[in-house]
Design a protein around this ligand. Structure first.
Ligand SMILES: *[C@@H]1O[C@H](CO)[C@@H](O)[C@H](O)[C@H]1NC(C)=O
Ligand SMILES: *[C@@H]1O[C@H](CO)[C@@H](O)[C@H](O)[C@H]1NC(C)=O
Ligand SMILES: *[C@@H]1O[C@H](CO)[C@@H](O)[C@H](O)[C@H]1NC(C)=O
Ligand SMILES: *[C@@H]1O[C@H](CO)[C@@H](O)[C@H](O)[C@H]1NC(C)=O
Length: 360
């Protein structure tokens, strides 16, 4: 190579790209291998990722601050690390703005040695509106750009538990599924629009959850494009009254056109739930219809609460359906909210939650 070219490439290495922060430079290369079964983890920050079960993790979507150690560690274990993508849809109706947004994300991913992007648009969209078409184009163009610029990269898109305009999200699910690598189905917050009795119910009842997948599959979306998302959190509802049968009436809090919703409750991590269940009034109860655990407790002011959540038993039945329906894999919101401390009880609970992802 002529001397001036050598000099020029050296400048490019020093100034044009960030130096690889990993111990070994090859850990900065994008992951190219495809694994049959996805275990897709949302990470919201902190260092608990060190305790994930890296034998099974395939993708980490980083919703917290960029952590180079996490990227190096994931790559060491052959797992992808992907960016979060979110943008007000009104901005990207304009084609130039959309192209600029995509270019910025590709550059960011490259400079941080990431392996793709998870597009998390949870905005209300009317079918046939300018935003409806812009969103579909956004997914298609983002996927093309990432695949071209970062070989082996993955573009995923987050969808509600059912394609039937949940929370007024009327997207072109079929074209979006065709245009990206996978859909992460958020099979939780399934009580965001309660039309029947305004009562506390499971975050992700099994029958409703499975019905959502049947609806996606009925649209002829490839089952290998669907990753089942399960919650590692639950809802704590203050009860207006608790009936003899244990039904907890909740305050009416409207959401996207409906008068009653899970916004009446507070989201609680599994870690908190496992501590609270031991000082509850009822202990762990099981609802055989919704196939979910719950309990009642009284707070310091004397207010009765009902808590609905998921645990290894409820997650296990969902995970079994991932296999029986031939889905691409499973994942959770979010990886950080288990108790990763050294206490023996916590260690066992945490291991059981990870193991439940593979079914039983
Ligand atoms: C383009 O995006 C910017 C934000 O990045 C926004 O402020 C602006 O309104 C958008 N322009 C159009 C025409 O949508
Ligand atoms: C919601 O509540 C309002 C006020 O009570 C009522 O007028 C409306 O019909 C209710 N909407 C639904 C969808 O039940
Ligand atoms: C809760 O109680 C159960 C059963 O008594 C016990 O095995 C477990 O260690 C307790 N969990 C915590 C977090 O204290
Ligand atoms: C991680 O998952 C693998 C595969 O299911 C399992 O064999 C292993 O015991 C798990 N590791 C821990 C620490 O639980």
């Amino acid at each position: 190579m002529p001397r001036f070219l050598l000099f020029f490439s050296a400048i490019l290495v020093v100034c044009g790209t960030n130096p690889c922060p990993c111990e070994r430079p090859e850990l900065c290369l994008p992951i190219r291998a495809q694994r049959d079964f996805e275990v897709f983890v949302f990470d919201v920050g902190g260092k608990t990722w060190k305790s994930y079960n890296w034998t099974i993790v395939t993708t980490v979507a980083t919703f917290g601050k960029y952590d180079a150690d996490l990227m190096c560690f994931a790559h060491f274990h052959g797992a992808r690390v992907v960016l979060k993508g979110d943008v007000p849809l009104s901005y990207i109706v304009d084609r130039d703005n959309r192209t600029a947004w995509i270019a910025e994300k590709v550059q960011l991913a490259k400079s941080q040695f990431m392996d793709g992007i998870n597009i998390d648009i949870e905005q209300a969209v009317d079918k046939g509106s300018p935003e409806y078409y812009a969103l579909t184009d956004l997914v298609k163009e983002t996927t093309e750009a990432f695949h071209r610029e970062i070989p082996g990269s993955q573009v995923s898109f987050d969808v509600a538990w059912s394609p039937k305009c949940i929370d007024k999200r009327c997207y072109d699910y079929v074209t979006i599924a065709e245009s990206c690598d996978l859909l992460f189905v958020m099979s939780y917050d399934e009580q965001s629009q309660i039309t029947g009795d305004c009562i506390a119910m499971a975050n992700a009842p099994l029958p409703q959850t499975l019905n959502g997948y049947d609806e996606y599959l009925n649209l002829k979306i490839d089952s290998k494009k669907l990753v089942m998302g399960v919650p590692w959190y639950g809802y704590d509802y203050p009860c207006l009254s608790l009936s003899q049968k244990g039904i907890c009436s909740i305050p009416k809090v409207p959401f996207r056109g409906v008068n009653c919703s899970d916004a009446a409750g507070t989201q609680k991590p599994y870690k908190w739930i496992m501590k609270q269940v031991n000082s509850s009034l009822s202990g762990r109860l099981w609802d055989s219809e919704q196939q979910a655990p719950y309990f009642n407790y009284k707070d310091q002011e004397g207010q009765i609460h009902q808590v609905w959540y998921d645990d290894p038993q409820s997650i296990c039945s969902k995970a079994n359906s991932v296999t029986s329906k031939g889905l691409r894999g499973i994942g959770m919101w979010n990886g950080n909210i288990l108790d990763y401390s050294d206490e023996p009880v916590a260690r066992q609970q945490t291991a059981m939650m990870w193991n439940a992802l593979l079914g039983c």
